[in-house]
Design a protein around this ligand. Structure first.
Ligand code: ZN
Length: 272
């Protein structure tokens, strides 16, 4: 399939940059590591402090982000959830306690997503419309459930640099897949290896330059206990400064991008 022509993003923008922040609380690291590995699992205790720093950074930049908030962590940090919503950020599902969906089964996943949905709606006072699977360990059932629940987007499948429409059930409205990447994930630059903020920023700036030349989109995945740390927070700050200075990058929440993509698909007659 040939590359899509340069897209007319809304407002004449040439590219899209989306900041999604996965608030895993202590449940993400506990999932990736041996439960007895307190050295690693305790690092995630920094999450609330990192969330505060990221909220301040986003406010300074005037940028709205998407917070994929683990349900249990949202219960533990209700004031931060409510602050994020009050400051214009989106709230999206990221499971109840960050267990991988692979192996959880169709019923297990459905219960987990419904419990997460109910928790975020109650704590945040908004209706979530998107979902990101913990560790991107989804399976064939995951997006069918998201579609049945009426969600408008998922952020799991790295299918290129543009959104795609998923339609597990052809009779239901599609779900927009917003493509993430391990190369747009702060773990790759500040956990798996430790780069300077300048080096990590330069890597992402190169990504953004290429995507902007091609009219495409960049979906960042950040974590408060990583990108919310003092030095690594500068990676995001510098990238946002750069993108804002370019003047033609649409920096938007995931739900706004998904909505626009669906409207465009309708206009083009790709969906009803
Ligand atoms: Zn996560």
């Amino acid at each position: 399939m040939a590359d899509a022509p340069l897209l007319p993003w809304p407002g004449g923008h040439r590219a899209v940059l989306s900041v999604s922040i996965d608030v895993d609380g202590v449940y993400g690291e506990a999932n990736y590591r041996d439960p007895d590995d307190v050295y690693w699992t305790s690092q995630a205790l920094y999450d609330p402090a990192g969330t505060d720093r990221l909220l301040g950074l986003l406010a300074d930049a005037g940028v709205q982000a998407t917070f994929c908030w683990v349900g249990r962590a949202a219960e533990e940090q209700p004031e931060q959830v409510q602050r994020a919503v009050a400051e214009g950020h989106e709230l999206a599902l990221h499971s109840w306690d960050h267990r991988y969906y692979v192996g959880l089964g169709e019923i297990g996943q459905r219960l987990d997503m419904e419990r997460s949905f109910e928790t975020l709606e109650r704590v945040g006072g908004v209706v979530p419309t998107g979902h990101k699977t913990p560790g991107w360990r989804y399976d064939a059932a995951t997006h069918a459930i998201a579609q049945e629940m009426g969600l408008s987007w998922v952020m799991d499948e790295p299918r290129g640099d543009l959104p795609t429409l998923l339609r597990p059930d052809p009779a239901l409205p599609p779900v927009v897949n917003l493509p993430p990447s391990r190369w747009f994930d702060d773990y790759t630059y500040h956990v798996d290896q430790v780069l300077t903020p300048q080096a990590a920023y330069e890597a992402w700036r190169e990504d953004l330059d290429v995507l902007r030349a091609e009219g495409k989109a960049m979906f960042l995945t950040l974590h408060p206990f990583v990108s919310g740390r003092p030095g690594p927070s500068r990676t995001l700050a510098r990238l946002l400064d750069y993108a804002i200075d370019l003047g033609d990058v649409w920096i938007a929440r995931a739900d706004h991008i998904a909505r626009w993509w669906l409207e465009r698909a309708r206009e083009r007659g790709e969906i009803e």
